[in-house]
Design a protein. Structure first.
Lengths: 335, 303
């Protein structure tokens, strides 16, 4: 297991390097580069100065390596410094956002909590809704409940979140007036009153994302349960007179959860991608809306960094899912 | 005496068997009907339904109208007939979905067959697939559209440019699942006896692939293709929804929804119509894919 983990970790390095190169080249070679944004009336020597200040007059490979160094060495050192009050990173050039002229990572750090509260809650809610639905659908296969569950899931992953989101806004915010249409990021939860307010403003984005996630996960749970229900050990458990409850919730459920857990882990990075839409719709000031703002403002360093962070998340959770599978299922041994 | 005299039914053709199984899937039939209706609405609709061109004064007067006999879905803030815009938008949305799917399926089948058939290519091509799967697609698509839109628009014109760019971008970022499925099938197929037999009489790899392998991967590819259409339509509408899709006067359903957001409180139908159209298309395509999967699987068919 350890050798497998190490091998996978080592294999992740070239993958990530390749992805970083793709992201860097795509963003850097594109026609909308900062050089083309400078008006033509600017005299050439001033133009050179501007490009120099932006650090884009160096050759391509130098810039790529510099960016890699900044991402993997300078920024972590800066994080270390701010945690322990040391100053290892003094004098090193950080990744600077074109828009705000400040380092990119603290900006992302400011945005991250909002994303994590909303998206994290939504994903948890999705899992909590999906598991019972999946279990009961499988236990009573082809029943009315199962058919409704199937339809719910089909609708859940066919209707895009930007439409469910707008529908929710029209129904719950405009017509019924239960929830605010926009998420207020400046709200500080200090007492019961503000906590309720926070709950109300989180309700819609969390429901939209949660339902979308629940649809897919409940399908996986159902099929995994069905696969295990027909196994011999289930018949044995029934034959020796165990309670139906014990058979289903202990024997079948535990074994069925193994693939579902990995699916849940695999889904985590993709919800960050899906969060881009929800954050924009409800005005949640998280990293998804930071990405859109950066794209609109031609803020290349911010876009590169955020896209690469998304890629790291995907690679990391793929690895976690594979390792979890090996740990939970004794039949699977990687060595 | 001929066969029919003895009372032996003529053997069922494959197409009939597949259709028979497909028809049993209620959701799939519903999906097919809805999809055909939507296609008819967008493609043939403009020939039947075309309110006459308005002068500026008339357009000013017919702003923000509700549903009426002249304008079944009302008019928008510029006095344009919403139903006509829905038809035009549907044509583009469906075209994006189908063309992007064709690109993705072509790339996916190519990579899958090459990786499955030629052992030397297997490693590198599958690593490439894994790498593409690890790319953050929505952010990258947004970046691609943002950065290349003006350049391509200058060469091909704003409308054609946006179409080519978006279709191409969606196509090259969604072939990976098809490639994996095809590779798996090809790996199993190339060990079969008929492939061995064909190779033993000296058939070239090209002939083996075209004659014997490809016809046998058609069914999984068809299922992947249907689901690919749904995915492409959703991706395009996400791009449009974030304001990075087609130019404003070239509507798609996603674009109409994006424009309707501003007027959502007063005229919710401007959001609901396009949103409903997208959802219905995707839902019906997903159901068709479901039904096709059952119908093309010989183990399920005929039971």
């Amino acid at each position: 297991m350890l050798t497998y983990t190490l091998r996978r970790l080592l294999l992740a390095i070239p993958t990530l390097l390749l992805i970083s190169l793709v992201i860097f080249l795509l963003v850097d070679l594109a026609p909308g580069s900062p050089a083309s944004e400078i008006p033509l009336t600017v005299p050439p020597e001033v133009r050179m100065k501007i490009l120099e200040a932006l650090g884009v007059n160096e050759p391509l490979h130098v810039r790529y390596l510099l960016w890699l160094k900044q991402f993997f060495w300078v920024e972590p050192l800066n994080g270390f410094d701010s945690l322990f009050g040391t100053n290892f990173a003094e004098g090193m050039q950080r990744i600077i956002s074109y828009q705000s002229r400040s380092p990119v990572f603290p900006l992302i750090g400011e945005r991250l909590p909002q994303t994590l509260t909303v998206i994290g809650t939504a994903y948890l809610l999705g899992v909590v809704i999906a598991l019972p639905i999946g279990i009961y659908s499988a236990y009573r296969q082809y029943s009315l409940f199962d058919q409704f569950g199937t339809m719910f899931a089909m609708i859940g992953f066919s209707v895009p979140t930007f439409f469910t989101g707008t529908l929710f806004i029209i129904i719950f915010a405009v017509w019924l007036g239960w929830f605010p249409t926009k998420y207020d990021t400046t709200l500080v939860v200090a007492d019961w009153e503000s906590f309720l307010k926070q709950l109300r403003q989180m309700a819609m984005p969390v429901m939209v994302l949660g339902l979308a996630n629940a649809a897919a996960i409940s399908r996986y749970m159902r099929s995994s349960m069905l696969e295990n229900m027909g196994q011999d050990y289930v018949r044995t458990a029934r034959a020796k007179g165990l309670d139906e409850q014990v058979v289903v919730l202990k024997h079948v459920l535990r074994n069925s959860l193994i693939p579902v857990v990995t699916v849940i882990a695999l889904g985590i990075p993709s919800i960050f991608g899906g969060a881009i839409i929800t954050e924009n719709l409800f005005g949640v000031n998280g990293i998804g809306s930071a990405l859109i703002q950066a794209i609109r403002g031609n803020d290349l360093p911010m876009v590169q960094t955020l896209a690469f962070i998304f890629a790291i998340l995907i690679v990391a959770f793929n690895l976690i899912a594979d390792l979890l599978y090996g740990m939970l299922d004794p039949r699977i041994r990687y060595d | 005496m001929t066969d029919s005299d003895i009372g032996v039914a003529p053997p069922e053709t494959l197409r009939a068997a597949v259709w028979g199984q497909f028809r049993k899937h209620r959701g799939a039939v519903f999906g097919l009907v809805v999809l055909v209706l939507l296609i008819v609405f967008s493609v043939l609709g403009p020939f039947v339904w075309g309110p006459e061109k308005l002068s500026v004064a008339e357009a000013l007067k017919s702003k923000n109208l509700g549903s009426s006999f002249v304008h079944p879905m009302g008019t928008d803030q510029l006095g344009r007939d919403t139903m006509q815009r829905m038809m035009a938008a549907g044509k583009v949305s469906l075209a994006v979905g189908f063309v992007a799917m064709i690109i993705a399926i072509f790339l996916g089948t190519l990579v899958g067959v090459l990786a499955g058939y030629f052992r030397r290519l297997d490693g590198p091509l599958m690593r490439l697939t894994d790498m593409f799967l690890a790319l953050p697609l929505i952010p990258l698509l947004l970046v691609m559209v943002m950065l290349f839109r003006d350049k391509i628009a200058r060469n091909l014109g704003p409308e054609m440019g946006a179409f080519v760019l978006i279709v191409f971008a969606i196509g090259v970022t969604s072939w990976m699942h098809a490639a994996r499925i095809v590779r798996g099938e090809v790996l199993a197929l190339k060990e079969r006896e008929y492939v061995l037999a064909s190779r033993s009489i000296g058939a070239t790899s090209r002939r083996v692939i075209l004659r014997h392998i490809l016809p046998n991967v058609v069914s999984p590819v068809m299922v992947a293709a249907t689901l690919g259409v749904a995915e492409a339509i959703i991706t395009e509408s996400v791009l449009s929804f974030l304001g990075l899709g087609f130019p404003p006067d070239f509507p798609t359903w996603g674009r109409l929804l994006y424009e309707g957001l501003e007027y959502m409180q007063l005229y919710p139908e401007r959001v609901i119509f396009p949103g409903l159209a997208i959802s219905l298309t995707v839902l019906s395509v997903n159901y068709i894919g479901d039904g096709l999967r059952d119908a093309l699987d010989p183990r399920i068919r005929g039971r």
